[in-house]
Structures are given as C-alpha cells and as structure tokens.
Design a protein around this ligand. Structure first.
Ligand code: DAH
Length: 338
C-alpha cells in the first residue's frame, strides 16, 4: 500500500470511530489518538521523508487534505455533542455573570466618617491613639488616682496590673497634648473602647467613642456649646437645640452633659422617654491638673474636651432597637447599611 493510500484508509477508520463517540471524554481521546502531535496522522506524515519523489507529492497532498478533514469532523462532532448535552451541562455564554459579593462600610464606620467629616470642617484633625493603654494614661493622668471612686464608673478589662483595654478615648488627650505642646491644638480622637459590663440593648462591652480636645487662648465653655450646636445641626438635622447640664468628670472642671432636642421635637417619644432631650456627650473645661499632665501651663491656656458615643447616635438615626446587633455579624442586618 502506498503512503497516500494508508493516509486515506486512516481517514476512513478515524471518521467511522468518530461517528460513535458520545461523550466529551471519548472525543478528547479520539483527538489525542489521531490529531495530536504524537497521534497516528502525525506518525504517517513523519514517514514522508522516506518515500520517493512522485509518491511523496501525492502523500503530502493527501496528508494535508485528511488533516483538514479530520479537524473539521472533530469540530463538528464537538458541536453535535454540545447541542445534545443535558440542560445543566450546557453553557449559555449570553447569560449575565454572577456578580461577586461586594463588601460595604460597617454602620459604625459610616457614622464615624460622618462625625469626622463634620469636625474636619471645623478645623479638627483626627488623632489616632492606642487601644491597649496603661493604667497611668487611662486613669491617673486624667486625675483618677488608683483609689478614685469614679473608677467604678468604668469597669475595666485589665491585661496586667498596669496594662488595660482603654475604657474611653480620653487617655488619647494626654498623648495628643504631649505631642502638640506648647502649640494650640484642635483634635478629635476616634476609637474602640472596652468595658467589663453586662451587655444590654443599650450597652456593649466593646463600643466606639469620639473624643474632642481644643487647647489655646480664649477657649471657654461657650466655645464648646457653639461647637455642639453646629455639630448637632449637621449630624442630626437643622433646628436642633443644645443644652448643658452640670455633671462631674474628674478630668474636666466644670463638667457637663450635652443634650440635644429629640427628633420628636418635645412631643414625646420612647427614644427620649418623653423628655424631649437626647444625651449625646459628656464634656467640660479641661481640668488644670490634666492640662499640666499634658505639658501645658494652666495659667496660660485653657481647653475644652468632650467624649461622645458613636453607636447611640447611629442607633437613633436609623431607629435600631438593640446595640448588640452592631457586632453580632448578622449579614441580614449589616447589609441594610452597606
Ligand atoms: N471619658 C468619658 C466617658 O467615657 C466621656 C467624657 C466626658 C470625655 C467628659 C471627656 C469629657 O473628654 O470632657 O464616659
């Protein structure tokens, strides 16, 4: 048999075999057997070099034709298989893709950004400080000696005798003062705080605060009130009134609680317990001892400070009933704010 005859007979065998292939797997086996680089067709073509002139020409032509035919037959068979595949195996390339899950900002983070943004427009810089603090910074330098009764207000997670998880963002005040002193400063200190307390709908063991601190000449309690009025109108909406109630914090003198008028505008609702006022922050004039601990001269400068929660304003804003939803990682809750 001449080489070209062998090539044609190879074609007959291959095509007959192809007719009975009924799976992707069998089709691939067929391709490897006949068309691959080390397949049967390639093997016969490899013999071309050893046949004489005229026969070589015929065989070369036959090889090209058969190769093209087998390739075409293969593709046709592929399409035939695909068309008859069960529905679930068929790929419809015109279908829209499955969009990947996109993350979103946590509701606390969104609220924090809003608060930071508002204070930034009033000249406050964000000052980030540590979450693991020393007893000295968290309490002592803020005028809370080791036996101070006000420590009971902040049940503390201690890591060692001297290290703890900060119970408020106020220790950052000392760090900021020591960094800026003797320059005037205007900073807010956002961050995570921890308290060793039973959780409830209004309290979590972990929560966020934003501390504020301004030090310079001519700063008074009126400056703080003006600041809060501007803040409340931007954050909670126009028309909010602010009031100060006398209070006590060891690190401020005098100290106040800051209230704003409730959404119900005094008509009475469960949020404000029918008082018409919502408490949003503690604050006051920085205590001379604290100023001194930060390196400032209390006879030269004055300052105000405040500390407010982040979750509660978010709670109020979105009418959420339980603070524990914030950190229980239920996507059905979180995705509503993404
Ligand atoms: N650190 C206080 C707390 O966690 C809040 C606070 C009150 C901060 C008065 C202040 C302040 O800076 O002046 O309850």
């Amino acid at each position: 048999m001449s080489l070209s005859q062998r090539i044609y007979s190879l074609r007959e065998i291959a095509l007959r075999e192809l007719e009975s292939t009924a799976s992707d797997r069998a089709l691939e086996d067929w391709r490897v057997r006949y068309l691959a680089r080390k397949g049967e067709l390639a093997a016969v073509i490899g013999e071309l070099g050893s046949v004489p002139g005229e026969e070589k020409k015929d065989a070369g032509r036959a090889a090209n034709t058969v190769k093209a035919e087998l390739q075409a037959a293969f593709e046709e068979a592929q399409q035939r298989l695909r068309a008859t595949a069960p529905d679930e195996e068929r790929v419809d390339v015109s279908l829209p893709g499955i969009p990947p899950m996109v993350g979103g900002l946590h509701i606390t983070r969104q609220t924090l950004y809003d608060i930071e943004q508002i204070f930034a427009t009033m000249g406050f810089t964000v000052f980030e400080t540590r979450e693991v603090e020393t007893d000295e910074y968290n309490f002592q330098l803020l005028n809370l000696s080791p036996d101070h009764p006000a420590r009971d207000m902040q049940d503390t997670f201690y890591i060692s005798d001297t290290l703890l998880l900060r119970t408020h963002t106020s220790p950052g005040q000392i760090r900021a003062m020591r960094q800026y002193c003797p320059e005037p400063l205007r900073v807010i200190l956002p961050g995570k705080c921890h308290r060793y307390e039973a959780t409830s709908a209004r309290a979590e063991t972990m929560f966020y605060q934003v501390e504020g601190l301004a030090i310079g000449h001519g700063i008074t309690l009126a400056s703080l009130k003006g600041l809060f009025k501007a803040f409340a109108n931007k954050f909670f909406g126009e028309g909010r009134e602010v009031r100060f109630r006398g209070s006590y914090f060891p690190f401020t003198e005098p100290s106040v609680e800051v209230d704003i008028t409730c959404y119900c505008m005094g008509k009475g609702c469960t949020l404000c317990k029918c008082t018409g006022w919502l408490e949003i922050s503690g604050g006051g004039m920085v205590h001379p001892v604290v100023l001194e601990n930060g390196g400032y001269d209390p006879d030269d400068v004055t300052g105000f400070a405040f500390g407010m929660g982040v979750e509660r304003p978010a709670l109020n804003r979105h009418d959420i009933d339980d603070i524990r939803r914030f950190y229980s990682n239920d996507l059905r809750f979180l995705q509503q704010f993404a």
